[in-house]
Design a protein around this ligand. Structure first.
Ligand code: FES
Length: 81
């Protein structure tokens, strides 16, 4: 099962982690991936210095914004789920 984790620490919260989570949740529902993705949130992943929200896919950390969340999911999450 793929592990998808969005940081909800204060820096990532300010950068839009709520919107990223909303987008991911919607896509997981649309594509009926509940049983293939373990969707979690975490506190600070020590990536605050980067411009986007810290999102890890199977432990690999990426930077995502509210604007790129849909495209990121299609490119990095969906093919691995
Ligand atoms: S708050 Fe998200 S990486 Fe620090």
């Amino acid at each position: 099962m793929l592990e998808l984790c969005v940081c909800i620490g204060s820096s990532c919260h300010i950068k839009g982690s709520y919107n990223v989570i909303q987008t991911f949740q919607q896509l997981i529902e649309e594509k009926m991936l509940h049983d293939r993705i373990n969707f979690k949130s975490s506190f600070c992943q020590k990536q605050c210095q980067h411009p986007g929200v810290a999102v890890s896919v199977n432990g690999v950390i990426h930077q995502v914004t509210a604007e790129t969340a849909g495209e990121f999911f299609t490119r990095e999450v969906f093919p691995k789920a």
